[in-house]
Write a protein that binds this ligand. Structure first.
Ligand code: MN
Length: 165
């Protein structure tokens, strides 16, 4: 690489490393997402179910619920359950949609469902909304052209467990 483009690359990296001001942390988004899914599936969300679904201990759940209550994403009253606010529901739907687009994209690449969900789980919080929007467009185009997708998809393989690469 010529020195000028190397400097440019470094400058781009420097900008990429700048801390982005995100409205919600990945963890906050995960909570809201899981609460939304629990309510869809069971009609209610209890702290114990959140704890099981996110693999976190119940004191952390309580603390986070109080924080999300303070941010107006949900209403949390001990012994009375959890209700997402309109704002919380909007956020949950957005995370759910991002997750869905990413899974569809990864599936189109030939990634197996379990790995697709795992990878989408991290990416759903870190991609720029404009990137998700472009990706969503690409997914639609690809899904409309299954024959073309087949020509670029490698044969399905089982992924080795993480940590071995
Ligand atoms: Mn997540």
């Amino acid at each position: 690489m010529p020195p000028s483009s190397r400097a440019q690359r470094l400058a781009q990296l420097e900008r990429a490393h700048a801390r982005r001001l995100q409205r919600y942390t990945p963890r906050e988004e995960d909570y809201v997402e899981v609460i939304y899914e629990l309510m869809r599936e069971k009609g209610y969300a209890r702290a114990v179910d959140i704890s099981a679904n996110l693999h976190v201990r119940s004191p952390s759940v309580t603390r986070m619920l109080q924080k999300l209550h303070a941010s107006d994403l949900l209403v949390y009253e001990r012994y009375r359950g959890i209700m997402l606010t309109e704002k919380g529901e909007r956020l949950a739907k957005s995370v759910r949609e991002r997750h869905g687009i990413l899974v569809r994209f990864l599936r189109l690449l030939g990634v197996n469902p379990e790995t697709a969900h795992r990878d989408a789980e991290g990416l759903e919080h870190s991609l720029h909304p404009a990137t998700i929007e472009r990706l969503s467009h690409l997914v639609r185009v690809l899904e409309d052209n299954p024959a073309w997708v087949q020509t670029v998809q490698p044969p399905a393989v089982r992924d080795p467990p993480r940590g071995q690469n």
